[in-house]
Design a binder for this molecule. Structure first.
Ligand SMILES: CC(C)(COP(=O)(O)OP(=O)(O)OC[C@H]1O[C@@H](n2cnc3c(N)ncnc32)[C@H](O)[C@@H]1OP(=O)(O)O)[C@@H](O)C(=O)NCCC(=O)NCCS
Length: 177
């Protein structure tokens, strides 16, 4: 099996490659790619944003993760806050490293790359915990997150413009091995 190497990713420089991976892994229309491109580039200016990429032997990007320390003024945080607050859990929005995106090219899935990406990026976080949102269905992503110690903090969370409800999940750091 070919070697895949995980290391730091210059997200601003490689945004189009990252979105091509996301489009294949998660499914994005051309319009959605255009919107995401602006969002990702805006995120690269946020405090403490970090990204890791998985590259194959040809140097092609086959997976990536990025995230940042949460700030309650961020759009994502303002959407999930009422749901967490209703459950008495909105303290999770402080001192938390948010996983914003995690995607692995379908041809490279189920080889441990997703697990390595999220484990490595959170190992390098100084925050004591991590939060994320995932579509609220049983999926490989949800199974991966649970196996790492993420648990449901809120469910049926609706993001404006997203057709499916999301679950918000949180885990203490370091993630469980
Ligand atoms: C979620 C995702 C990043 C996982 O990446 P991956 O490299 O395939 O994951 P790994 O090989 O590291 O697998 C880790 C764990 O994920 C789960 N998993 C991965 N693929 C799975 C599958 N097809 N069915 C069930 N569980 C699966 C398992 O728990 C697995 O652990 P195990 O190998 O000990 O059984 C990848 O499936 C993906 O890109 N999915 C589409 C995009 C997406 O949903 N991203 C997350 C958005 S919130």
């Amino acid at each position: 099996m070919e070697d895949v190497v995980v290391g730091p990713l210059d997200l601003a420089a490689r945004v189009d490659e990252a979105l091509a991976v996301q489009a294949l892994a998660f499914g994005l229309t051309d319009d959605e790619i255009g919107v995401r491109r602006h969002v990702v580039l805006r995120h690269t200016a946020n405090r403490g944003v970090r990204a890791l990429g998985a590259t194959n032997e040809q140097g092609r990007l086959v997976g990536f993760v990025y995230g940042m320390p949460n700030n309650r003024i961020y759009w994502w945080s303002t959407v999930v806050q009422p749901y967490l607050r209703a459950a008495g859990l909105d303290g999770w929005l402080d001192d938390s490293f948010v996983i914003t995106e995690l995607h692995v090219h379908p041809a490279y899935q189920q080889r441990g790359i997703g697990r390595e990406l999220i484990t490595r990026i959170t190992d390098e976080a100084t925050e004591p915990r991590s939060i994320l949102s995932a579509i609220d269905v049983e999926s490989p992503a949800r199974r991966l997150y649970r196996s790492l110690g993420y648990r449901d903090l809120a469910r049926r969370v609706l993001f404006p413009s997203a057709p499916s409800p999301y679950a918000v999940m949180g885990a203490e750091l370091p993630l469980r091995r």
